[in-house]
Design a protein around this ligand. Structure first.
Ligand code: KG4
Ligand code: ZN
Length: 379
């Protein structure tokens, strides 16, 4: 069987015709209603994402009640579109996978109820998926997949950088993960969104900050924002100090003082926010945010020298600087790398279907009674 060649010069010896596993994936953990059909763990037959960004924009963040109502309206049309675009019948499916944790419980319940109903009516296996872990299979999805044969991929170092999570994992397989570190305060995507809000760039603002930081004349050294390392071997992350430093530069710096013996805080106004200053803030923030992630990646590789590949996922894996630095680091370290295609960085149903498919193949599935919506990640 000839090797198939994929992006990044990586080949895959999986036979072109294998026993196909066809899984429907359903995602509703936050503000995207999504469904997808994935064949053989990674070939995306369809992927439909109904985003709610317009509904939450005026509030500057996701409003849980609005999110669950929108999921309830959109879930069935989204599933119907995914099945029809995949050109399959519901009866052809091998399983129904659903993201059941972590997330907003009201939102998770909409996807979970749809998945349970379908699995029950169709008599198909139901597979629950941890949304954070699903981001780690996104790099293998689609036509330009970076798919690696498992024997050259594992053990892998997994990095999830999203709006709700920033975590590092040691992956022994797609389904066996140990968490090495996580953020102790904000997620990196959350920091991007807050900085975007400070600069008046709308929500979610990560892509807008990324674009601004890349504009000509943006000076990434204009501001020396703090780079928090925690301990010298720490694999946990922190972004709240960086976020606060940006806040002071944008909105002004509080000056505690005493007036007639009474403590008082006066805010020293920041200079006017010109377009050039906004570019400089975005570029300086992005340099430190990405470096903060890269420091942990380097430490993790030093601490786990047996790792063979680097697997990255989550909304912030769409970031231009992070992608470039991860690719360069992987090259330097002679590690294979899996970075998702742009459409699979943000929340989608295909990653849920793909991890569900892996779990199903590993002999794992859930029951209608036991699978529940859970706000936190499993690890
Ligand atoms: O994975 P995701 O869709 O949702 C969660 O699971 O949280 O990630 C969304 C996050 C948002 O914070 C968004 O601003 C950020 O990903 N994001 C980016 C970029 N694209 C999306 N952050 C930085 N640069 C980007 N290009
Ligand atoms: Zn996500």
């Amino acid at each position: 069987m000839p090797s198939r060649s994929f992006g990044g010069g990586i080949t895959d010896d999986t036979p072109a015709v294998a026993s196909l596993v066809l899984v429907l994936g359903i995602e509703s953990s936050c503000d995207e209603t999504a469904a997808a059909v994935v064949e053989d763990h990674r070939h995306v037959r369809s992927s439909v994402v109904a985003t709610q960004h317009d509904l939450h924009a005026e509030f500057g963040g996701v409003v849980p009640e609005i999110a669950s109502r929108a999921h309830a309206e959109r879930i069935l049309p989204t599933i119907r579109a995914a099945v029809s675009r995949a050109g399959v019948d519901l009866a052809d499916l091998d399983a129904v996978a659903v993201g059941h944790r972590p997330g907003l419980v009201g939102s998770l319940l909409i996807g979970l109820t749809a998945a349970k109903s379908l699995a029950w009516v169709l008599g198909k296996p139901l597979v629950g998926v941890d949304h954070v872990h699903a981001h780690l299979v996104a790099g293998e999805l689609g036509d330009r997949t970076n798919a690696l044969p498992p024997e050259t991929m594992f053990p892998a170092l997994g990095l999830v950088v999203s709006g709700g999570h920033t975590s590092l994992y040691l992956m022994r397989s797609h389904t066996e993960l140990t968490r090495l570190g996580a953020t102790i305060d904000d997620a990196v995507g959350e920091a991007y969104d807050k900085v975007a809000a400070m600069l008046g760039l709308g929500h979610p603002g990560g892509p807008a900050v990324d674009r601004l930081a890349q504009e000509p004349h943006a000076d990434e050294r204009a501001f020396e924002f703090p780079l928090s390392r925690l301990g010298k071997d720490a694999l946990d992350f922190t972004f709240s100090g960086l976020k606060t430093a940006v806040l002071y530069e944008v909105k002004g710096r509080p000056q505690p003082r005493k007036i007639l013996g009474k403590p008082e805080v006066r805010v020293e106004p920041a200079p006017e926010m010109t377009p050039q200053r906004a570019r400089d803030v975005a570029a300086s923030f992005q340099r430190v945010a990405v470096e903060s992630v890269m420091i942990r990646l380097r430490r993790a590789i030093d601490q786990h020298p047996g790792v063979r590949s680097l697997v990255v996922g989550g909304g912030v894996s769409a970031n231009s600087r992070l992608r470039a630095e991860v690719a360069r680091f992987a090259h330097e370290q002679d590690l294979a790398v899996a970075l998702p295609a742009m459409q699979y960085c943000i929340d989608n149903g295909a990653m849920i279907a793909a991890l569900g498919s892996r779990r199903l193949t590993a002999g794992e599935q859930d029951t209608l009674d036991d699978l529940i919506a859970t706000p936190t990640t499993a690890c």
